[in-house]
Write a protein that binds this ligand. Structure first.
Ligand code: FES
Ligand SMILES: [Fe+2]
Length: 455
């Protein structure tokens, strides 16, 4: 049974910080008992992001979403309808789809004895059906087992919980912050999956705060140091970077101390980020930054320089036929911040150019491994739609070189997973301002799973 959940809006995690308060048990990051409790009390209870709508664009397109031991088929059944089923044959339990995506046509077929369902989930064909002639009604409950499906901001969510709250209730205040970004208009530019040598929650927490940036991504320090206070929003949480006045970039432009001027700072930030991360900055913003010097005086007011940069950014995006998200303004960016954690396993960084998206899924058989999915969604013109291909890497070693920036984050994961086994580890200590997302995540896990499930 699902345990009661508490909605905490904008509160501070005092209970986790009181002297002597028991910290979250580190065993939840490696124990099989805790992973089993997640399979019973977490994954089947919540809404989970399964894929993007554009991954199931045409009727018959399907994506298989695996989560722990469960596997769900998400399939487009009509131009305006997406359904989801457990990926299991109602005859003898074979997984129906072995491949992770494709087009199934009008039917879903089991390769074992050939039973077949329409994509609406109705049993359509049984080989030697006459063998059941003396058993009327035998097939009445043999349609595919359906799971709940809904979508928001271009993402398809599923829930195995027939009594789950509506998706919008689950999301709570999140759409109010994010809808202006029009992420539904974004499309996948690249999509990678990597098997990581750590628990899925170790990954979530590595991306759940900005406190690590000064040390892990020290190349950014030249743009000025910043703090990133985090806030609870219902079951979810986010953090903001304290941004320079007038900036709509979501990044602290910092002092121009390390640069000739602000223009150089913007240009280096955009080109480096595009180079290192392949996301959040785009050819649109890089070209805009490169045009800046010939379009405005370096002595102009910083707000005017940032404003000019945005104007050029928009020009470049529109030149490529992509739609500039009119609804994003400085207030929207200041309120949303740069990073959102949607409980339990979905993180995204919204921006003018799109969204960088992370998802962590447990390895069904090993709580010290997981699958990390990362997408960059961006804005494209109708004639410039990206030709993307989902790439999977079976180890960090195999993935070496895929993303210079994210590999700085990856470098901590295995080491954290090892470290938390130590007798000398007293349990996580938390920054009460900048690690509120991590604390809230631990508390939400307690709400769903219970604090003692790792024992
Ligand atoms: S197990 Fe699927 S048809 Fe027999
Ligand atoms: Fe990072």
């Amino acid at each position: 049974m699902m345990m009661a959940t508490t909605t905490r809006v904008d509160d501070r995690p005092d209970d986790f910080l009181a002297p002597g308060h028991p910290v979250a048990d580190a065993r939840r990051y490696h124990s099989r008992a805790y992973a089993a409790a997640e399979e019973e009390r977490l994954w089947p209870k919540v809404w989970l992001m399964a894929c993007r709508l554009e991954e199931v664009e045409k009727v018959g397109d399907f994506v298989v979403f695996d989560i722990a031991h469960e596997s769900i088929i998400v399939v487009r059944t009509a131009p305006d309808t997406v359904k989801a089923y457990y990926n299991v044959c109602q005859h003898r339990g074979r997984r129906l789809k072995d491949q992770s995506c494709g087009n199934t046509g009008k039917f879903i077929f089991c390769p074992f004895h050939g039973w077949r369902w329409t994509i609406d989930g109705k049993l359509d064909r049984v080989i030697n059906r006459e063998d059941w002639d003396d058993h009327p009604g035998y097939f009445d409950d043999k349609n595919l087992a359906e799971v709940k499906v809904d979508s928001w901001a271009g993402w398809v969510f599923i829930s195995m919980n027939p009594d789950v709250e509506p998706l919008l209730d689950f999301l709570g205040p999140v759409p109010g912050f994010i809808d202006p970004y029009r992420l539904d208009e974004c499309r996948i530019h690249w999509y990678k999956t990597i098997r990581f040598p750590c628990n899925w929650k170790t990954v979530i927490n590595a991306f759940n705060e900005n406190y690590h940036v000064e040390t892990t991504h020290s190349q950014l320090n030249k743009f000025g140091l910043s703090k990133s206070p985090a806030f609870v929003r219902g079951k979810h949480a986010h953090f903001r970077v304290e941004v320079a006045a007038g900036s709509t970039s979501g990044q602290n432009l910092g002092s121009a101390r390390n640069f000739k001027d602000l223009i150089e700072s913007i240009e280096i930030r955009e080109t480096e980020r595009y180079d290192w991360l392949l996301a959040l900055s785009t050819p649109y913003s890089v070209t805009a930054a490169q045009r800046l010097r010939s379009e405005i005086s370096p002595d102009a007011d910083p707000a005017a320089i940032v404003g000019k940069f945005r104007q050029l950014h928009r020009e470049e995006m529109e030149k490529a036929g992509a739609k500039w998200p009119e609804t994003i303004n400085g207030d929207v960016v200041a309120a949303a911040g740069i990073d959102w954690h949607l409980f339990p396993n979905f993180i995204f960084l919204p921006s003018i150019d799109g969204a960088l998206v992370y998802r962590a899924r447990p390895d069904a058989n090993d709580p010290e491994h997981c699958w990390y999915d990362v997408w960059w969604l961006s804005r494209f013109g109708p004639d410039n739609q990206p030709d993307w291909k989902h790439e999977t890497f079976h180890s960090l070693e195999e993935a070496r070189g895929v993303n210079r920036f994210l590999e700085q984050d990856f470098s901590n994961l295995k080491a954290v997973q090892k470290g938390i086994h130590s007798r000398g580890f007293k349990g996580s200590a938390y920054n009460p301002v900048q690690e509120v997302e991590v604390i809230h995540f631990e508390r939400m896990l307690d709400d769903y799973i219970g604090a003692d499930a790792a024992r």
